[in-house]
Design a protein around this ligand. Sequence first.
Ligand SMILES: *Cc1c(COP(=O)(O)O)cnc(C)c1O
Length: 484
Amino acid sequence: MGRLTESVVDGSQAKNPASLQDLPSIDRVLRWPGVAALVDEHGHTLVADEARAAIDGLRESARRGRLEAEALQPESVAQAIQARVAERLAPRLRAVINLTGTVIHTNLGRALLADAALQHLLAVMAGPNNLEYDLASGGRGDRDSVVEEQLCTLTGAEAATVVNNNAAAVLLTIAALARGREVIVSRGELVEIGGAFRMPDVMASAGATLVEVGTTNRTHPRDYEQAITERTGLLMKVHTSNYAVQGFTSSVDEHEIARIAHARGLPMATDLGSGALVDMSAWGLPHEPTPREKIAAGCDVVSFSGDKLLGGPQAGLIVGTREAIGRIRKFPMKRALRMSKLPLAALEATLMLYLRPERLTQDLPTLRLLTRPAEGIREQAEALLAPVQAAVAPRFTVSVLDLQGQIGSGSLPVERLPSAGLAIAPVEKKGSGRALDELATALRALPRPVIGRVADDRLLLDLRCLEDSAPFLNQLPALREALA
Ligand SMILES: *Cc1c(COP(=O)(O)O)cnc(C)c1O
């Protein structure tokens, strides 16, 4: 095969072209000192794979007449292989900086784990542990017992069990208590919480038949009473966590539904969604219903998430009567949904923090962020104004702005958190949309990606979740370079 450059007529033609025959063999490349050093460090398999891919790329360029001879220098090839190896070894799951203003952000990992939870993970995950081993008797134990006592203390329930997430908790509760039977739910509570989790579909997956009662805005006690038949297995209430029905409304509270259920010998379950373990109004936050209130109201089962307001790992917590929890625990599906030791350890340590409620706003990151005073956030924004302006000049102007943040994850959907941050606006009105896109992309491309939100032709950086400015400040030179 002769030189291929004559077949190429576009302007990107190489000035000092190399041909296919100039390409080195893999074996040769692997012996070059720079590449051999990579093999020493990472082993043959990964480096040979990436060397092959790098040479394939060079071959493709040569075919198109775009390969410069310099690109075949051993140092250049070694560098290309090193870059490929580094890229392969770079984790896809990465730490980011959440400046969206939404504290419990479902797409950004929801609740942040407390230090105590991270320490506990390190302490018990590196070796064997007593996950299902009873240290007192030396016999088999139950993983639920790691957290059951604490959950009962915190909610007033008789018994508790845990699964992977609250979606699993709801599915399991319905399946265990009402498979092949009817479940009565108000029309105003047939929620979709995103990610294809819709109450009617969950019922179907659990093998139960949904019986809707009432109307979208109003449901009355008699609606439940009249719907009960010999086929009924469960009465259920779903917390409308990501929307609010306002105006001419009426719903039946748990106490009343539980009374109606119990009068007919039926169980009553409630899906709380977020479920704060403590009364958030103690810190000036809007009140979110607590599992303790729902247990006190007579619910047989209350389920809620571990990684929403509770501030722990992904988990589905199910608390309730000994009888109902016993049925749930024995149901075969429980085995498929059971929690792994990693989140279980994190959950145990997180629940432990609730034994010292006075320290919660320091020890629990979710609560610490939610209770940051707006004035402090505004001062932080003022301190960041000049360095950020320097990084984005001359194409953008920056100002300090009062903002309205959100708790997030369907918690308290209509409430807003007074916050503050920076608004970055393009100087040129023409093409401002593209400029904003470019800025948002540059922020996301930083070593620790920064996620803001675009509104009214500006990029907003809400600083509520930026407790320490340093990781953000340290990246401003890189941002400046990216926008240059
Ligand atoms: C969030 C939520 C769920 C699902 O909980 P996950 O822990 O995300 O699985 C179920 N029901 C309600 C009402 C919710 O708000």
